[in-house]
Design a protein around this ligand. Structure first.
Ligand code: NAD
Ligand code: TYD
Length: 334
């Protein structure tokens, strides 16, 4: 089988490519990525010379290029997106362009060439839970509240519209907050780890009691694998880590693992419209696909900290924005 993975140079896409190549020795992958600030080819340096892997520098908003690549693959797994909520608050434009218009080009190509399509979405499309509310399920009405989640919700609606109207062979997954290696250090957990590595404080928004459900990126990749291989066409699957944690408790674990005290906590101004709580009920994925998360948060988080400590130069290049330069010195990007 030949897969096109969009956004494969980012955090989850690169982990997914590595995971898939390991598990599926007869498959090949085209990584289609425009390399925004979050796209780092260094994330896949270990598979660069694998004959089953090809990188194509391309924008999902470039319709002709999207059609050219989709034409020659069997399955498209669509990760490419602008993903950081804080950036979407500062400038929503590129979020609409990439996440909505870009997805529509992929959908048109998938429709034209009748390819299997899996769309990667987020639990943030469901809005914010209050404490005591039941976790999100596939039946929870959409109620996005940030420009990021609104753009992802719009793309999910388009995917379903193309299924109902044109019969494309699609599935969607709505996953909770991922953590793991190669996570760009602007998101909460890697930002905290890399600040602590530099002996800096960690910025905690508002009261620190905002709750996220954390899933290890390898559990996410396995969930997507199960859906691509055995999911029912036209269906949505919620994937979660079974691990609701308040941000401040995540920070306390990190301080413990990195041998720092609580003087490194700095409460800062809250994010506008900050969603109080996310939580996922993944019963459908468990019952229909036999999927459930396997990696315990504390174990996965400890390993993530160790990975960042072992890859200090990757962290420094990511923070200074010099990773593309470093990569291009060693390899030619076609
Ligand atoms: P990321 O920001 O680390 O990576 C995004 C990748 O997409 C980058 O490599 C970037 O270069 C690429 N990209 C951006 N715009 C593009 C364009 N116009 N054309 C081609 N490539 C483009 O993101 P991530 O955290 O790995 O998230 C991947 C997907 O998973 C996204 O769709 C996101 O909404 C979804 N998701 C993320 C999380 C999470 O916790 N990070 C949780 C649930 C769902
Ligand atoms: P983030 O990693 O941006 O993911 P999302 O907003 O998509 O869930 O943030 C995770 C949580 O951490 C969220 O409640 C916001 C909070 N946060 C901080 O407290 N400080 C920070 O510097 C960042 C980036 C996030």
């Amino acid at each position: 089988m030949k897969l096109m993975v969009t956004g494969g140079a980012g955090f989850i896409g690169s982990n997914f490519i590595r995971y898939w190549l390991l598990k599926h020795p007869n498959d090949s992958i085209v990584n289609f990525d425009v390399l925004t600030y979050a796209g780092n080819l260094e994330n896949l340096i270990d598979v660069m010379h694998d004959s089953r892997y090809t990188f194509v520098k391309g924008d999902v908003c470039d319709r002709d290029m999207v059609f050219e690549i989709v034409k020659d693959v069997d399955v498209v797994v669509h990760f490419a997106a602008e993903t950081h909520v804080d950036r979407s608050i500062m400038d929503p434009n590129v979020f609409i362009k990439t996440n909505v218009i870009g997805t529509q080009h992929i959908l048109d190509a998938v429709k034209e060439y009748q390819k299997r399509f899996h769309h990667i979405s987020t639990d943030e499309v469901f809005g914010a839970l209050k404490f005591g509310d039941a976790p999100f399920t596939e039946h929870t009405p959409y109620d996005p509240r940030s420009p990021y989640s609104a753009s992802k919700a719009a793309s999910d609606h388009m995917v379903r519209a193309y299924y109902h109207t044109f019969g494309i062979q699609m599935t969607i997954s709505n996953c909770s907050n991922n953590y793991g290696p190669y996570m760009f250090p602007e998101k909460f957990i890697p930002l905290c780890i890399s600040n602590l590595m530099e002996d800096k404080k960690v910025p905690v928004y508002g009261d620190g009691l905002y709750v996220r459900d954390w899933i290890h990126v390898d559990d996410h990749s396995r969930g997507v694998e199960f859906i691509v291989n055995n999911g029912t066409i036209g269906e949505t699957y919620c994937l979660g880590g079974n691990c609701e944690m308040a941000n401040i408790d995540v920070v306390k674990l990190l301080l413990q693992y990195m041998h720092k005290d609580e003087s490194y906590i700095e409460y800062v101004k809250d994010r506008p419209g900050h969603d109080r709580r996310y939580a996922i009920d993944f019963t459908k994925a468990k019952n229909e696909l036999g999927w459930e998360p396997q990696i315990k948060f504390e174990e996965g988080l400890k390993k993530m900290v160790q990975w960042y400590l072992d890859n200090q130069e990757w962290v420094e290049r990511s923070r200074s924005g010099t990773y593309q330069e470093y990569y291009e010195k060693q390899y030619v990007i076609r």
